[in-house]
Design a protein around this ligand. Structure first.
Ligand SMILES: O=C(O)CCC(=O)C(=O)O
Ligand SMILES: [Fe+2]
Length: 328
């Protein structure tokens, strides 16, 4: 726990989510099938809206990003993280720009201890000097291609939300424009460290501490057998009951982020999630995941149709969240 008070209400809420809480499997993790998206858009929109508003999180299946492509992105992530420390340090995080490599520097307001992980982030306009081109030929091109597919899929889902919110089709696509120098959507490769067999992990050490995401929508790719993710819908946060999410190679777990909560005047609640450390009976090997964060372009003003929150640019919004999360 920290005793800092934050300017954003979202952050104050986060500081209260650091306890262990309890586990429940009673919540349904709804799977939304995107097969034949263009023809089934109305039906899919209904399902997405119901899952996002009743439960607060959901998974996508038959989402169109082919498994070999996802496998390739994970293979590239593993190759990057296997580079020597000094090679990775040449591509160090540009703080505030969600670009580059960091290790153990993310401290969540909920727990106050560093996440037990390293990450490499790609945010298109800020990648000068951050690509490992010499060590990993082709990594840049493949990673950008994967990022583009994630962005397109995220915009499909956001288009469905737009129609329910009374916003025009393409509204979110225009606000997340990969050709704009203001683009700030981010692809993040994550590597949670293996834990030695004899290590006893203190209760306040998490692979990722409890948090909501800063963005509009997160697409989270996980690997079969690499569990640990737990979710708690924002509207049920007080109960601190966490539902484990079974990982699978072919599904994408989605989180609504705080930016969309604001933009929807609270109609789409963000959800808390965290990644627990392996317990005594859990697999202790390394865990990899990849997240795509759809964050509106820096110059876009976030203001819902009902104006429940004061307008804020997406740049200022993300900046306040980064400042609260990265110690150095
Ligand atoms: O690795 C995971 O499963 C979750 C990652 C996450 O929540 C994040 O990076 O925001
Ligand atoms: Fe997250």
């Amino acid at each position: 726990m920290t005793d800092t008070t934050y300017e954003l209400a979202e952050l104050d809420k986060e500081t209260r989510m650091g306890g262990a809480g309890t586990e429940t499997s009673a919540r349904e993790i709804r799977r939304i099938d995107l097969t034949d998206f263009e023809h089934r858009k109305a039906e899919i929109t209904e399902e997405l809206w119901a899952a996002a508003t009743d439960i607060g999180f959901f998974q996508l299946v038959n989402h169109g990003i082919e498994l070999p492509f996802v496998d390739g992105a994970f293979a590239d992530a593993a190759r990057f993280f296997a580079l020597p420390e000094e090679a990775k340090a040449r591509h160090a995080l540009k703080k505030g720009l969600n670009s580059g490599w960091e290790s153990m520097t993310q401290v969540r307001p909920s727990i106050g201890t560093p996440d037990q992980k390293e990450s490499y982030q790609v945010t298109r306009p800020h990648m000068d000097g951050l690509w490992p081109d010499d060590a990993l030929p082709g990594f840049r091109e493949r990673t950008l291609a994967f990022e583009a597919r994630c962005r397109d899929l995220a915009m499909r889902v956001l288009d469905c939300f737009a129609s329910e919110l009374g916003l025009p089709q393409g509204f979110f696509g225009r606000a997340h424009d990969p050709a704009s120098p203001q683009y700030q959507s981010t692809l993040r490769m994550l590597h949670y460290f293996a834990v030695p067999d004899d290590a006893v992990i203190p209760a306040d050490i998490w692979r990722a501490g409890a948090h909501t995401d800063f963005d509009c929508l997160t697409l989270l790719f996980q690997r079969d057998g690499q569990g640990g993710l737990q979710v708690c819908p924002g509207k049920e946060a007080e109960a601190q009951e966490w539902t484990p999410v079974e990982p699978a190679d072919t599904v994408i777990t989605c989180n609504i982020g705080d930016m969309l909560t604001r933009w929807s005047d609270d109609r789409l609640p963000s959800n808390f999630h965290r990644v627990k450390s392996p317990g005594p009976d859990d697999d202790r090997s390394a865990r990899y995941s990849i997240a795509f964060f759809a964050q509106a372009d820096r110059d876009v003003v976030i203001e819902g149709p009902q104006r429940r929150y004061p307008p804020i640019t997406a740049a200022d919004y993300i900046q306040q969240r980064i400042a609260a999360n990265f110690a150095r």
